[in-house]
Design a protein around this ligand. Structure first.
Ligand code: C2E
Ligand code: CA
Ligand code: CA
Ligand code: CA
Length: 279
């Protein structure tokens, strides 16, 4: 097939077929990966400016035997497309539960310590989200209050009533909600307060733009902090990579911070060591 630009159409088709081939290959790879324990959760601490460890975020990792580390941005969308996302979420949740029980048994955490679990839009609308999460955490005797569900603003552009209802049933069980990548999506500010949200997570693009010379992102960050404080929500800043960014955000009202400057995402084993050495 040719279009008016010569054979670029068939070129496109070829590219598309290659992409499809790669996707199918990845799909069968994901199924194998689940069976072979190639997929695990990593953990990145969230701390206060004076160094108290408040929580951590679970971030999925796939160590492929030949392809090496595959990042979630690549395989999460494919897992969703092929109906494998719940299996992956369960792996992450079990790793979270094991970490929490380990930390508790070593007396390293108090009741308020929580672990953040990323929930994609696709997962959020699933009917069995609550029952699935509950069945796993119950198995490990972990209360829902230890689990912080990170969703993005995109959930708010969906059916308003349904989103609030889904959030409320989870909150009534004791789960906590954090809004990830806040400030990048399209949030209708007037409805923000109708959602049961505990925390706003300032997107790392705002933090990344902060340098000693360039503080143009600061007014936006300060606005988010004010908004959160007026709505009784706490604030996390993610993506802090430098001392400069740390200093720029200090005393601005950010509750907790996360980023390479504090620690990179670590295996459960390394996180346990880091946590015990820093608490
Ligand atoms: P996210 O939830 O916004 O996660 C933050 C990303 O920033 C992570 O990338 C993290 O490793 C990275 N990061 C942490 N500190 C810094 C820093 O100081 N600088 C920079 N530049 N980056 C930093 P990662 O682990 O590759 O995850 C990418 C995305 O994949 C996540 O974005 C999240 O949307 C998704 N994801 C990760 N784990 C899961 C999961 O278990 N379930 C679902 N549904 N999605 C997940
Ligand atoms: Ca997140
Ligand atoms: Ca984020
Ligand atoms: Ca994201």
């Amino acid at each position: 097939a040719k279009n008016k630009n010569g054979n670029s159409y068939s070129f496109f088709e070829e590219q598309f077929q290659t992409l499809l081939g790669k996707q199918t290959e990845l799909e069968s790879d994901i199924i194998k990966a689940i069976d072979n324990d190639e997929i695990v959760a990593y953990f990145q601490p969230q701390i206060t400016f004076d160094g108290n460890i408040k929580s951590c975020e679970a971030l999925i990792r796939w160590f492929h035997p030949t392809k090496g580390l595959i990042t979630p941005d690549i395989f999460i969308p494919i897992a969703e497309q092929f109906g494998l996302i719940q299996k992956l979420q369960n792996i992450v949740l079990k790793d979270i539960c094991m970490l929490i029980n380990k930390l508790a048994s070593l007396n390293l955490i108090n009741e308020t310590y929580s672990v953040a679990l990323n929930i994609s839009q696709y997962q959020f609308v699933a009917d069995n989200l609550k029952s699935n999460i509950l069945s796993i955490i119950n198995e490990f005797h972990i209360p829902p209050s230890r689990i912080k569900l990170e969703i993005t603003e995109s959930m708010f552009s969906q059916d308003l009533g349904q989103t609030i209802q889904q959030m409320q049933t989870l909150v009534s069980e004791g789960f906590i909600f954090s809004i990830d990548d806040f400030g990048t999506g399209y949030s209708c500010l007037s409805t923000l307060q109708t959602y049961p949200i505990s925390e706003l997570k300032i997107d790392k693009t705002f933090v990344n733009n902060l340098t000693q010379k360039n503080i143009t992102a600061l007014p936006i960050i300060e606005t988010i902090i004010n908004l959160a404080s007026n709505l009784n929500m706490s604030v996390v800043a993610e993506g802090i990579e430098t001392k400069e960014q740390f200093e720029a955000l200090k005393d601005k009202g950010v509750d907790t911070i996360q980023g390479y400057y504090i620690a990179k995402p670590m295996s459960a084993e390394d996180y346990l060591i880091w946590h015990s050495q820093n608490s």
